[in-house]
Design a protein around this ligand. Structure first.
Ligand SMILES: [Mn+2]
Length: 299
């Protein structure tokens, strides 16, 4: 399948300077795909809604004192739901590999969470060993779902089968008894529930996490990890999710000590009646890029 890396759409946060592929350090690749989504479709249009909303953001962040340029945005790829997930994963892998080979920072905007596996495969080739920090309401550790082992509900199970990658799950608040037992017995997965986070000062959480985080970190965000007042628009919302500033502060602390090698933002649905979520999503991605830029470790 042809790589759609020629820009002919809109830039994230508008047409800023130094946004050509060659000049950019950060490469955004938006992929609309919802072939295995279980409930309330809409993630196929998520990336477009985020990029449209981002046109109205300032490219300056007052918290990090960063003016963000050098971001290239690939054309949005939309996959029909009849396209097999394996095909979509190959596409994500090839895109990610190209970006990583060119020593640029990959940021995927989804699309359903299953696509993360394609990016992780490419990161694995480049870095071999790293930690994934997963923000999510669900563990995504089902062996398979609807007879599909590459379903969005199984993505972290497939990733857990890859050597030298450990997983830290934050904000989980929907889990079966069997999977709870599975994570207790699995030393490659550290699951921290939302109710635990809500009762833990950030310094305690950091103390607990840092020894489990390898030098290189990949962050995967399922929007439903956040509280639904921030992102009401997602397929399967769950109450009592992560809060905005707490999460930013947490990443600030982690990235002070670790290298970030990639980021994705998944499961975002768009609903034309409500555009609040579109702006939350664009802003969160922008904030995280400013945070990454302010650390300047790998990009
Ligand atoms: Mn997920």
């Amino acid at each position: 399948m042809e790589l759609k890396n020629n820009f002919n759409g809109k830039y994230f946060v508008g047409n800023r300077k130094n946004s050509k592929y060659e000049e950019s350090k950060i490469i955004i690749f938006p992929i609309g795909y919802e072939g295995t989504v279980s409930y309330n479709k809409g993630t196929i249009n998520g990336p477009e809604a985020i990029i449209n909303a981002s046109q109205y953001l300032e490219n300056y962040d007052e918290e990090f004192e960063i003016e963000l340029n050098n971001i290239h945005t690939f054309k949005i790829s939309k996959f029909d739901e009849n396209i097999k997930i394996e095909t979509a994963l190959d596409f994500v892998y090839e895109n990610s590999k190209k970006i990583l080979n060119d020593n640029k920072f990959p940021l995927m905007i989804g699309g359903e969470h299953s696509l993360t596996l394609g990016l992780v495969r490419a990161l694995k080739e480049k870095y071999n060993e790293f930690t994934i920090i997963q923000i999510d309401a669900h563990t995504d550790l089902d062996e398979s779902y609807n007879n599909n082992k590459y379903s969005h509900a199984s993505v972290m199970k497939r990733i857990n089968e890859i050597e030298n990658i450990n997983i830290i799950q934050l904000g989980i608040r929907s889990i079966t008894k069997e999977i709870h037992q599975f994570v207790k017995n699995n030393n490659q997965i550290c699951t921290i529930f939302s109710h635990e986070i809500k009762q833990m000062p950030i310094s305690k959480l950091i103390e607990k996490l840092i020894p489990n985080i390898k030098k290189n970190v990949f962050i995967t965000i399922d929007v439903d990890g956040f509280d639904p007042h921030i992102f009401p628009n997602t397929g399967t919302p769950e109450p009592n999710g992560l809060e905005w500033q707490y999460t930013i502060n947490l990443f600030k602390q982690i990235l002070k000590e670790k290298n970030i090698i990639g980021l994705d933002f998944m499961e975002f649905s768009s609903n034309k009646q409500e555009h609040y979520s579109d702006f939350s999503a664009a802003k969160l991605i922008f904030k995280l890029l400013c945070l990454i830029e302010s650390n300047k470790k790998t990009i």
